[in-house]
Design a protein around this ligand. Structure first.
Ligand SMILES: C[S@@+](CC[C@H](N)C(=O)[O-])C[C@H]1O[C@@H](n2cnc3c(N)ncnc32)[C@H](O)[C@@H]1O
Length: 350
């Protein structure tokens, strides 16, 4: 580069933010660049938080204990996310193993694949595809007819949750989208616009057991054309519930907002129906003695997993299933509060 050109290339300035620490997602440039700032990222983890743009895998030892991955096996991580479980499973199936890893999110999967390839995993041992786990059977041919183990870690990743442009949380203002795959289907805003009061009430009650479903659905319906962002929706819920003077914001109202967001997320991503398709297909996708582990994060989902596993046991597809869900240890719940609600169930193919 000649001197004239050198002068015209200005060094990039770091993002400026108010106060001592960055608060907004886009300002957390160190956390978003974990390779370069690994010691800063470690400090965030030690403080019990999840660094921006990452995800901390839940119940890793418990999952490995259930799936018992061994060298040479063929497995499926049906919810790749940040790849935390994937990496641990890969370590156990080497040498000669193959791990398929899928995720329905076309945006995050690109970053995760890049990171895992840089870590040295080739596409011979780690086969990454963007897709929905409802279509698990489509992977069977490439997998040689069946999997030794399957993992599903349901719900939303921290990368999705923390990124305001995805609209998954009321804590950050962004478009009220909530789709795992923003290129497909209807956003939460569009869903609200086309739903009537009864449909909204049913959605909030059945998907999330929301006790104030009727009150909230009336307010959302009345304001449906004014709701565009996560904050708009949260404000509508707060003003509806504020009419009940006995409700405390920090305790009850925040919980209701969280449940309404969860109900909408479940609906726009058709989460119950795709989970049922996965559960129905699973017995035909596992090899004899193949093992499956499913991590869910709320009881409505966990009940579905339990019912399918119990039915599979009765009908002779499974030789054994978990009687009770395993929960994260107290240590994990303390160090990673996002793991708190995890419920882990397993089944073994006959
Ligand atoms: C809790 S995160 C998984 C985190 C991952 N185990 C890790 O260690 O980083 C859940 C992931 O599942 C994905 N997902 C949700 N529903 C899915 C579906 N039906 N098919 C495939 N992926 C799905 C989400 O996009 C998200 O990335």
């Amino acid at each position: 580069m000649d001197d004239a050109n050198k002068d015209s290339v200005k060094p990039k300035r770091r993002i400026r933010y108010k106060g001592k620490y960055p608060r907004r997602f886009e300002e957390k440039y160190k956390e978003l660049n974990s390779e370069k700032y690994s010691s800063d990222v470690e400090k965030v983890i030690q403080s019990g938080k999840t660094p921006a743009g990452t995800h901390r895998p839940v119940c890793v030892n418990e999952v490995l204990g259930i799936l018992k991955p061994c060298p040479g096996q063929v497995g499926l991580d049906s919810t790749l996310g940040f790849g935390g479980h994937t990496v641990e499973l890969l370590k156990k199936i080497m040498p000669n193993g193959r791990l398929f890893a899928i995720d329905v999110d076309p945006l995050e999967i690109v970053w995760t694949e890049k990171r895992l390839r840089v870590m040295g995993y080739s596409d011979k041992e780690l086969i990454i595809k963007c897709g929905n786990f409802a279509g698990i059977s489509k992977l069977l041919n490439d997998a040689g007819g069946g999997f030794d183990f399957v993992l599903a870690d349901l719900g939303v990743s921290s990368m999705q949750l923390d990124n305001p442009s995805r609209g998954f949380t009321f804590k950050r203002e962004g478009p009220l989208d909530l789709r795992f795959n923003p290129k497909n289907g209807q956003s939460a805003v569009d869903l609200i616009r086309v739903s009537d009061k009864k449909q909204l009430e049913k959605m909030f009650f059945e998907n999330s057991d929301e006790p104030y479903a009727r009150l909230i659905s009336s307010a959302v319906f009345k304001n449906r054309n004014k709701i565009n962002t996560t904050k708009d929706l949260a404000d509508v819920i707060v003003s509806a519930l504020n009419k009940k003077s006995s409700l405390d914001y920090e305790i009850e109202i925040k919980k209701s907002i969280r449940r309404v967001f969860q109900a909408l997320r479940i609906e726009v991503n058709d989460e119950f129906s795709v989970l049922e398709q996965l559960l129905r297909n699973l017995p035909f996708c596992l090899k004899p003695k193949g093992r499956v582990a499913i991590l869910s994060f709320h009881s409505v989902e966990d009940n579905r997993v339990m019912n399918f596993f119990e039915q599979g046991l009765r009908e002779g597809f499974y030789s054994d299933i978990s009687r009770e869900p395993t929960r994260p240890s107290a240590k994990e719940r303390y160090s990673n509060p996002r793991s708190k609600s995890a419920l882990l169930r397993w089944a073994v193919k006959k």
